[in-house]
Design a protein around this ligand. Structure first.
Ligand SMILES: NC(=O)c1ccc[n+]([C@@H]2O[C@H](COP(=O)([O-])OP(=O)(O)OC[C@H]3O[C@@H](n4cnc5c(N)ncnc54)[C@H](OP(=O)(O)O)[C@@H]3O)[C@@H](O)[C@H]2O)c1
Length: 300
């Protein structure tokens, strides 16, 4: 999301291209081959700069998985649009900017209250038959929306991308606070995680690093629970001789749902730091220590 020079109309610079090239090659050297895009990121520049790197490195495309999303429109009024015309133009636009003939996965970015599932089923089938998209998924949807859509589709939805991190805990609190008055302000539809697990829908976490607030970013103005949790992250990183980012992501990956963390850093040093997560398996006690600390309140 952060590639391409930002959410503005400035042209892509040589520096932006150099950064994208470095990011992609750092990832590939580490064995990270999954890239998350959306038509809107950087007003299209994130995909475009990625596409420039692909064009000048023809061998890369077959080694990577490209996921993109669409359905959000910024033209006034900002809205969601799952019409045939808009879905097709999102996919065509992403293909063109990314300089590729196909997308491995394409997601509906945020639920459109006006979605017509028959229409979506038809456009998905067409895009698949044309070889433009291999698999489809969703983002920011709860289990009922997924179930509803799925009942019209020929192929299985394979991804649900939602916000999850030590800084965003409703997806866990929803389960542990069932029947408890302290859970009344949570905003996460019960059973969504279990539904995805049962139906082999890959859960991807966005905002996985919580913008760095638990792994080295200045947290002076953040709540005490954040600062305390960052201290625990630091202690664990010393114990496991790894980066703090590694601990933050290993915490997500320790959950039995098999969460795939999507991170947004474009700093090669931080990308390497994130990769430490793959070799870690923190204990149940450590997992809870982080969860309880980040909640800022004891378990019920
Ligand atoms: N489906 C959706 O609705 C949705 C919404 C938002 C995002 N996403 C996806 O999820 C990805 C990750 O989301 P995200 O980028 O919002 O969250 P993130 O991975 O939690 O945070 C990444 C940002 O935090 C900064 N950061 C991390 N650690 C830091 C530290 N120690 N000190 C200072 N800055 C630090 C990074 O800067 P540096 O680059 O300098 O490291 C980067 O700007 C996005 O790239 C996008 O692909 C999806």
């Amino acid at each position: 999301m952060n590639l391409g020079g930002g959410w503005n109309d400035d042209p892509i610079t040589r520096e932006d291209e150099k950064t994208a090239d470095e990011v992609i090659n750092t990832c590939l050297d580490l064995g990270i081959n999954f890239f998350d895009h959306a038509d809107i990121y950087g007003k299209g520049k994130s995909e475009a700069v990625f596409g420039k790197v692909l064009r000048s490195n023809q061998g890369i495309r077959s080694k990577i998985i490209i996921q993109s999303k669409g359905g959000i429109r910024f033209q006034h009024p900002k809205r969601y649009d799952f019409s045939t015309f808009h879905i097709k133009s999102c996919v065509e636009g992403s293909l063109k900017r990314l300089n590729t003939d196909y997308l491995d996965i394409w997601l509906l970015h945020r639920p459109d209250p006006l979605m017509e599932p028959e229409e979506i089923a038809e456009v998905f089938s067409g895009l698949k038959a044309q070889g433009k998209v291999r698999y489809f998924g969703v983002s920011n949807m709860h289990l009922h929306q997924i179930q509803f859509l799925q009942s019209y589709l020929k192929d299985e939805l394979i991804v649900n991308q939602i916000e999850m991190s030590l800084g965003h805990l409703d997806w866990l609190d929803e389960g542990v606070l069932f029947g408890n008055k302290t859970g009344k302000d949570l905003n996460f539809t019960p059973g969504t995680i279990e539904y995805c697990q049962m139906n082999k829908i890959q859960i991807q976490s966005w905002g996985s690093l919580a913008q760095g607030i638990f792994s080295g970013r200045d947290a002076t103005n953040k709540p005490e629970s954040v600062r305390e949790t960052a201290k625990i992250v630091k202690t664990l990183s010393e114990k496991y001789d790894c980066s703090e980012e590694g601990i933050v992501l290993a915490w997500l990956m320790r959950h039995p749902a098999g969460i795939q963390p999507i991170f947004g850093t474009i700093n090669p040093v931080r990308i390497k730091a994130c990769n430490d997560a793959v070799r870690l398996s923190i204990t149940h006690e450590e997992w809870y220590e982080l969860y309880v600390s980040a909640r800022g309140v004891e378990m019920p």
